[in-house]
Write a protein that binds this ligand. Structure first.
Ligand code: 6PG
Length: 462
């Protein structure tokens, strides 16, 4: 009998199956795509059992069965559940490792629970390489059932620099997929922040691709150490196969997306979460494909870049990245309240410390901040991040100004600056909006000097 089963054996599923096997567990693999099973059979490993029918797969597993479903999100997951359901026993555990929408996971968890099946939605990050050598895992579902799968998930997950596994129970229902969705929103934010920094470097600083590659490589050696910084350096210096140039100058500047960042924004709108950096990052991808973008406009004046441009950009990048993370944690805090999930933010930060796309040195500090105060309302309330803000805010302001002078759009850098200037501002001007609303629609307002709800007769009725 095999200890673990994987359904879906394309790159992610196959690599996860191999990862489980490499950690000493026996695995069965199944796919409706026969060549994928044949590819698994080629390993000829007694701990890696290829199976060709639903029945053969399910019957090969010890009980309670532990099955990872690693297929395309959406309808295929529901179809797989319908196929599996008649073959399973009460107490079996199903884990959806795809990028499923958390609403679907909520629904599936409740449907499966009616049949006595424990359904987990698990965010998996780290791409193909991570799946094989150590992904970050974000499992949500029944807490008791989690104990059954924890030893396997902890074995295959990436490890933090201090050796802790990048997996931990997230919460009930679709919370694991929710946290993965937030991971991807933060990913969109950091990627766009980096893109803007690159734009300022090349436009205001006139740096070459190879010089910029060096700059990012140096940043990656210090406090800015992060996977996305590291790969930016590599992307910038990569040679093109078809020309003598670096490939970056021949990649069309229109960003695609599969939509997990967009989902975060949808839920932010529902919750009223002010995730401005992430929203701007999503919109910047839309902007890059906008039906009207006139590239023939005259070039703006070259800004006078200061000598320490790189230093200022490094500081601005660091602070804006912190804002992207802060907004992700802010939305998770609001979601935990709204959806009744007990999210442990230090566990989430630890899950992201290695293996995943947004892994960075900063996540270690975020973990520490939530360890010291699990009820932290905002990351910038933590002493470490208050200091990060104080020592880098001027640089962020200057960078936004330099970019404006150079005609470089900075939707996320500006949003990061505006966010910080808003959350620490006791005099936001929305009193005017309340006055206007009450004026034209008698929508009422609250006062800042006494409790209650008020309405003013703003004008004489004729
Ligand atoms: C990960 C990534 C991954 C995501 C890609 C592409 O954590 O491994 O987040 O899950 O699918 O980053 O996302 P977009 O196509 O939306 O950019």
């Amino acid at each position: 009998m095999q200890q673990f089963g994987v359904i879906g054996l394309s790159v992610m599923g196959k690599n996860l199956a191999l990862n489980v096997k490499n950690h000493g567990f026996s695995v069965s693999g199944f796919s409706i795509d026969k060549p994928e099973v044949d590819a698994l059979a080629k390993y000829e490993d007694k701990d890696l059992k290829p199976t060709y029918t639903w029945e053969e797969f399910v019957n090969s597993l010890e009980k309670p069965r532990k099955i990872l479903i690693q297929i395309m999100a959406g309808k295929p997951v529901d179809e797989t559940l319908q196929k599996l359901l008649p073959l399973l026993d009460k107490g079996d555990i199903l884990i959806d490792g795809g990028n499923s929408n958390f609403h679907d996971t909520n629904r599936r968890a409740h449907e499966m629970a009616k049949h006595g099946i424990h359904f987990f939605g698990m965010g998996v990050s780290g791409g193909e390489e991570g799946a094989l050598n150590g992904p970050a895992l974000m499992p949500g579902g029944d807490e008791k059932a989690y104990e059954e799968v924890a030893p396997i998930l902890e074995a295959i997950a990436a490890k933090t620099p201090t050796g802790q596994p990048c997996v931990g129970y997230i919460g009930s229902e679709g919370s694991g997929h929710y946290v993965k969705m937030v991971h991807n929103g933060i990913e969109y934010g950091i990627m766009q922040i980096i893109a803007e920094v690159y734009d300022v470097l090349r436009t205001a600083g006139n740096y070459s691709n190879n010089e910029m590659s060096e700059i990012f490589a140096n940043w990656d050696k210090g406090a800015l150490q992060a996977y996305l910084i590291e790969i930016t350096s590599k992307v910038l210096k990569q040679k093109d196969d078809l020309t003598d140039d670096n490939i970056i100058d021949h990649i069309l500047n229109e960003a695609s997306y599969k939509g997990t960042g967009n989902w975060m924004l949808e839920d932010a709108i529902k919750l009223g979460a002010p995730i401005t950096v992430i929203a701007e990052a999503v919109l910047a991808r839309f902007m890059s494909k906008a039906t009207f973008r006139d590239g023939t406009a005259p070039k703006m004046d070259q800004a006078r870049a200061p000598k320490d441009l790189v230093d200022k950009l490094g500081k601005a990048l660091y602070l804006a990245m912190a804002v992207s993370y802060a907004q992700g944690f802010e939305q998770m805090t609001m979601a935990a309240n709204a959806y009744n999930w007990k999210l442990h933010f230090s566990t989430i930060a630890q899950n992201w410390e290695a293996g995943c796309i947004i892994r960075s040195q900063m996540l270690h500090d975020i973990k520490f901040a939530y360890n010291s105060d699990p009820d932290l309302k905002n990351l910038f309330k933590a002493p470490f991040f208050a200091k990060v803000m104080n020592s880098n805010l001027d640089a962020l302001k200057e960078v936004v100004q330099i970019a404006a002078e150079a005609g470089v759009p900075t939707p996320t850098l500006s949003a990061a600056l505006n966010y910080l200037e808003s959350i620490f501002n006791p005099r936001l001007p929305q009193n005017i909006i309340q006055g206007q609303r009450d004026y034209f629609g008698a929508h009422t307002y609250q006062r800042n000097d006494r409790p209650g709800t008020f309405h003013t007769e703003w004008y004489e009725e004729k």
